[in-house]
Design a protein around this ligand. Structure first.
Ligand code: MG
Length: 286
C-alpha cells in the first residue's frame, strides 16, 4: 500500500493509492496523525480506505513529501554500505574515521522536507561542496522501547526515499555533522511511504541515483553494514523511538565526494533518486 501527502484545490490530503493509481483520501489531517494513531485503529482505517472507490488521480494533485514536517529530526546512519565507507575515508580520512566497530549515528534537522519536484536550496553562500545521498528511510508506526532484534519489523510501518543532502565543507569543517546535513531543504523525501507488507524484511530493492541522467549510485538496500533490525534494537535499548520516527539507513557508494576529482552539485543539476518499489524522487538544485 502506498501512502501519499498531496494538495488538491488548496487542501492538504493524506491518501492511499487504490486500484488503477487512484487516490483515496483518509480521515487524517496529516501523515503525522496517521503515524501516531493507535496501530489497531489505523489498520482498520487503512483497510476501509483500501476498499473504497478512488476519488482522485495522481495527475490531479501536487505530491508533497509524505511527511512534510517530521515530528523529530531524522535519525541517520553514516557510512553504512561498505563501498561508501571506503570512498568517504578516501575523501577525508580524519573526518570519516576508519573501523569504528560501531554504527555511526547522527541527527539530521528536517524542519520542512521538499517533496518530488521541489527545489533543493544549495545555500551556495556558505556551501562549496554540495552532495547527494539516496537512502532507504524506515518509518516507524509504533513506539519502540527495548525491542528484540527478531521483533524489530513489528515497529516498522513502511519505507520511503530520503536524499540526505550534505554540504561536505560544513560536514568536515565542524567536528559534528549536524550543520552540514541539516540546512533548510536538505531532506527531500518521497514520493510516498510504501507499507512494509510489500517488501521482504529487510527490503532488498535496487537503489539508484542519477545526476543529469548520469548513473552515479547503484546498489541494493540489503547491503547495509548495520541492518534495520539491528539498528532499531540497538537504539531502543536506551531511547524510545516514537511512532513517526524516521531512520535514514545510509547511502551506497557513488556520492559526489567519491569521485576524483569530486563531482559536487551545481545550480540547475537534476538529482534523481530511485528505489525499486517505492518510486522516484527528483529535485533540481537551485
Ligand atoms: Mg547519509
Amino acid at each position: 500500500m502506498k501512502l501519499y501527502t498531496v494538495t488538491h484545490q488548496g487542501k492538504t490530503l493524506v491518501c492511499l493509492e487504490g486500484a488503477g493509481g487512484t487516490l483515496i483520501p483518509l480521515p487524517y489531517e496529516t501523515m503525522n496523525q496517521l503515524l501516531r494513531d493507535d496501530p489497531d485503529h489505523r489498520a482498520q482505517v487503512l483497510a476501509q480506505g483500501a476498499s473504497a472507490p478512488g476519488e482522485l488521480s495522481l495527475d490531479q494533485v501536487r505530491v508533497l513529501a509524505p511527511i512534510p514536517e517530521p515530528m523529530q529530526d531524522v535519525i541517520c546512519l553514516g557510512m553504512n554500505y561498505q563501498k561508501h565507507k571506503a570512498e568517504a575515508e578516501q575523501f577525508d580520512a580524519q573526518a570519516f574515521t576508519r573501523d569504528r566497530g560501531n554504527a555511526v549515528y547522527f541527527s539530521k534537522r528536517a524542519t520542512h522536507c521538499p517533496g518530488p519536484g521541489d527545489p533543493i536550496p544549495g545555500h551556495f553562500d556558505i556551501v562549496d561542496s554540495l552532495d547527494y545521498e539516496t537512502e532507504l528511510a524506515v518509518v516507524l508506526g509504533k513506539d519502540a522501547w527495548q525491542v528484540a532484534e527478531e521483533d524489530a519489523f513489528d515497529y516498522v510501518l513502511g519505507y520511503t526515499i530520503v536524499n540526505d543532502v550534505s554540504a561536505r565543507n560544513l560536514q568536515t569543517g565542524h567536528k559534528q555533522w549536524y550543520m552540514g546535513k541539516g540546512l533548510d531543504g536538505f531532506t527531500p523525501m518521497g514520493p510516498c511511504i510504501v507499507t512494509k507488507d510489500e517488501f521482504a524484511q529487510p527490503p532488498a530493492q535496487a537503489i539508484r541515483t542519477w545526476i543529469n541522467g548520469e548513473l552515479r549510485q547503484d546498489a541494493v538496500t540489503d547491503e547495509l553494514i548495520f541492518g534495520i533490525a539491528y539498528v532499531i534494537h540497538e537504539l531502543s535499548q536506551g531511547m524510545t523511538l516514537k511512532a513517526g520516527t524516521i531512520i535514514a539507513t545510509g547511502t551506497p557508494a557513488g556520492v559526489g565526494m567519491g569521485f576524483d576529482p569530486p563531482k559536487f552539485l551545481n545550480p540547475g543539476d537534476l538529482v534523481r533518486c530511485e528505489i525499486e518499489g517505492i518510486g522516484v524522487l527528483e529535485n533540481r538544485v537551485e
